[in-house]
Each structure stands twice: as structure tokens, then as C-alpha cells.
Design a protein around this ligand. Structure first.
Ligand SMILES: [Zn+2]
Length: 288
């Protein structure tokens, strides 16, 4: 297990070590940790655990069938010679008039320079920086539900859950503001108004050592992360860098592995309100 040695004054308590190690934005993260106190030198070894979101086995079957009409184009990279895109990443909160199917579809293939221009156009409309993945799904999330009575979190997609307005509001009361968007989920043709799409943004979080240990390669021209197919029973242990966590976000996609990981504020709030339809699995740790 990788541990980050954090020098703190002798009189500081372990909670103070959290602040020294991770900064104010990561105070909550530090609650999921273990310490080894090297008393002689006043150093605490701090391990902040990383958790990914999962879909509980109960109630999985056929509740929702959701998808997207719009996609970012795929990329053909002249450096690594790969042509690739990933529709599993999704941006349901991107809903601009200029996003039309003729231009934003996954049959279209562009080069790295063209893709950068498309990203710049989207960022200009958004008014902020964002990481975009070729082939990603975008626009209104739509599809059908097998029942109008859906729980707090429901899963109509592989990586991302959808969330009830009620759960969204409870989380917001605890200061956990999620990025959500109106969706078009229908039961027998009628709009199910209770649920929203979640947008969690991708970020390359892993340390170089962690990428190496998972045999993940990277092309810096097209930002493609590739790993060989996982062997059965292989459990990933990811080491994420706290400084790479997008500030103010509580759900983040680990770009290298497509795991959806949560801040501890998010987990605390989910547990406090006993929200249904979600489970957390430890998958590694966060280091300063
Ligand atoms: Zn490339």
C-alpha cells in the first residue's frame, strides 16, 4: 500500500494532519483514512481511501433503457494511429441549440486538431474549461422506464446513475451540489418527472506508478488511455492525486479506467439520508 508521509507538528491531532495534507477542499475526503503515527518524528502516514460507485445487485433488471442521440465525433490520431471514441462517457447537461445530429454524431471522425476546435467551441458556450472525450454521449438523456416509481438512484446506463429530485435536494442541503440535467424518461409515453440525469466529468487522476501497475498506456496527442482487457478476478487498486480532483465536484470519472468515484462528502450524505440504489466499493486511495 502506498502511503504519503505527512509532516505535522507534534502537538497537532490527526484531524489537523488532514488539513495539512489535503487542503481545505479535501477535508471531507480525509475522513476515510487510516493513520500510522510515527511518534518519534511527529509524522503521520495518512491514507485517504478512494471509493467507486456501484449498482446494487438487487433491483437491477430492466428498470430503465436510456440513451443519447448526440455524440462528440470520434478521433483519428496521426500520432498513435488509433481511431477511437467512447460513448460510455456522457454530458447530459450540454444542451445547446448548435448541438445538432448532422454535426454531433459518432459516425463522424476528425483529427486531433479539429477535435480541439470542437472542444474550444463547447467551452466557449459553457464559459468554463471542461475535459471532453471523443465519441462521448451528449444532450438530452432519453428512453423508457418499466415503472413510474423509481428509487433515489437508478441505473439506465453502464457508468452513471440517474437521481431523483428528492435525493438531489437532500444532498444539496448537505452542501453536496451535483451537476444534473432534465432528462426525457418515459413510462408508457408519459414523462417521469421525478428523475434527472447526472453529469460527472472525467479527469485523469492517477499517478504514473498507478498507471504503470495497471498497464495503462497514454497518447498525449489524442489523450487516449488504453489498458489491456482485465483478467478475471483482477481487482484494481488505483492511486489518485488529490490535486487533480476537479475543484467543487463530488462525482468524477477516472478517465484512465472509467470508474465513477465519489467524494467522501457525497458518501456521507448518501448514508445520512439512507438513499437507495447505490453502493460504494473501495478501489484505491487518494494521495496529496
Ligand atoms: Zn493518439
Amino acid at each position: 500500500m502506498v502511503r504519503a508521509p505527512i509532516p505535522v507538528p507534534n502537538h497537532w491531532c490527526p484531524e489537523a494532519a488532514d488539513i495539512a495534507a489535503l487542503g481545505v477542499g479535501y477535508l471531507g475526503q480525509a475522513r476515510n483514512h487510516t493513520y500510522t503515527n510515527c511518534a518519534n518524528v511527529g509524522i503521520y502516514h495518512l491514507t485517504v481511501k478512494l471509493f467507486r460507485l456501484g449498482w446494487p445487485k438487487e433491483g437491477r433488471s430492466g428498470l430503465l433503457d436510456l440513451g443519447y442521440d448526440l455524440h462528440l465525433p470520434w478521433i483519428k490520431c496521426e500520432t498513435c494511429n488509433r481511431t477511437w471514441g467512447d460513448g460510455m462517457i456522457e454530458y447530459p447537461a450540454l444542451q445547446f441549440d448548435f448541438l445538432v445530429r448532422e454535426e454531433f454524431n459518432d459516425d463522424r471522425i476528425v483529427n486531433a486538431t479539429e477535435f480541439k476546435h470542437i472542444c474550444a467551441r463547447l467551452e466557449s458556450a459553457l464559459g468554463r474549461r471542461m475535459m471532453f472525450v471523443p465519441g462521448a454521449s451528449m444532450g438530452i438523456l432519453s428512453g423508457n422506464a418499466a415503472t413510474p416509481k423509481l428509487g433515489d438512484f437508478v441505473w439506465g446506463r453502464h457508468i452513471y446513475p440517474q437521481i431523483s429530485r428528492r435525493a438531489r435536494d437532500l444532498l444539496a442541503q448537505d452542501g453536496v451540489a451535483l451537476q444534473t440535467a432534465e432528462a426525457s424518461i418515459r413510462f408508457r409515453g408519459r414523462l417521469v418527472e421525478s428523475h434527472l440525469a447526472i453529469q460527472a466529468e472525467p479527469a485523469a487522476l492517477l499517478t504514473p506508478e498507478s498507471r504503470r501497475s495497471e498497464s495503462i498506456s497514454h497518447c498525449s496527442s489524442c489523450n487516449d488511455f488504453r489498458s489491456p482487457p482485465r483478467k478475471r478476478d483482477h481487482v484494481r487498486r488505483l492511486v489518485a492525486v488529490s490535486a487533480r480532483w476537479p475543484v467543487g465536484h463530488h462525482l468524477v470519472i477516472v478517465l484512465e479506467t472509467l470508474d465513477l468515484v465519489a467524494s467522501s462528502e457525497f458518501m456521507d450524505s448518501v448514508r445520512r439520508h439512507s438513499l437507495s440504489g447505490i453502493e460504494f466499493e473501495e478501489c484505491g486511495e487518494i494521495v496529496p
